[in-house]
Write a new protein. Structure first.
Length: 217
């Protein structure tokens, strides 16, 4: 238990006692595996790294498999969003939590093999200093040109993964119309924090054509 909780228990025993009694009763009618999965989801929702690792290991110890943990996170997608799920998996891989490092190694092998190069535009078609959208279904791309340099990003909001529409482009600012999230060029940055920036794509220029490498997952 943290020092802060120890202090609160000493200073406010009635209030904190009621709080812990509430926690003991909440979910008491659920089986241990279900409670463990809910605890993991709450730590992902609040992006609490230490708690996520701790409760994921508790879930594994309770007999929950890594595949079931991943299923639970994906089932909670409407509440968590893609970025929090990706953050959670990154944390579990970085901490070497059982069942996730092995999956990452396999995914990396597949990732190294499956990379699709997409011809998206002619360089002289792209305006200077203004974002434009190119690409087809499932491969939508935002492009931003400065001189002969072009930067590319996946045209999908990092909040809930919605495709960013052309009508949301205003110069060097792109707005997602689902919840109003905004991204700024040329870096694809988001004012909500670096972790929410758009995912960049490698760009190559060949005979005046702009090509991006889309990593197939």
């Amino acid at each position: 238990m943290s020092r802060a909780l120890d202090y609160l228990l000493r200073e406010r025993p009635r209030a904190m006692g009621a709080y812990f009694e509430f926690l003991r009763d909440a979910g008491s009618r659920l089986d241990p595996r279900t409670r463990a999965l809910i605890s993991v989801i709450t730590k992902v929702s609040t992006q609490t790294e230490k708690g996520l690792v701790q409760y994921t290991r508790k879930a594994l110890a309770a007999g929950v498999s890594s595949e079931e943990i991943l299923d639970a996170l994906l089932a909670a997608f409407p509440a968590l969003g893609l970025s929090r799920i990706v953050w959670a998996v990154d944390v579990l891989i970085d901490h070497g939590v059982a069942g996730f490092g092995e999956a990452q190694a396999q995914a990396q092998e597949e990732h190294d093999v499956e990379a699709e190069v997409i011809d998206v535009a002619a360089l002289d078609e792209l305006p200077q200093g203004r974002a434009v959208k190119r690409g087809g279904p499932g491969r939508a791309v935002l492009l931003y040109r400065e001189g002969d340099e072009v930067r590319a990003f996946k045209a999908y909001c990092t909040h809930h993964g919605m495709e960013l529409m052309e009508r949301g482009i205003d110069g060097d600012t792109v707005t997602c119309f689902q919840h109003g999230w905004q991204f700024s060029m040329p870096a694809g940055s988001c004012p909500r924090g670096a972790q929410w920036a758009l995912e960049g794509l490698p760009v190559s220029l060949d005979d005046g054509r702009v090509r991006v490498t889309w990593q197939v997952r």
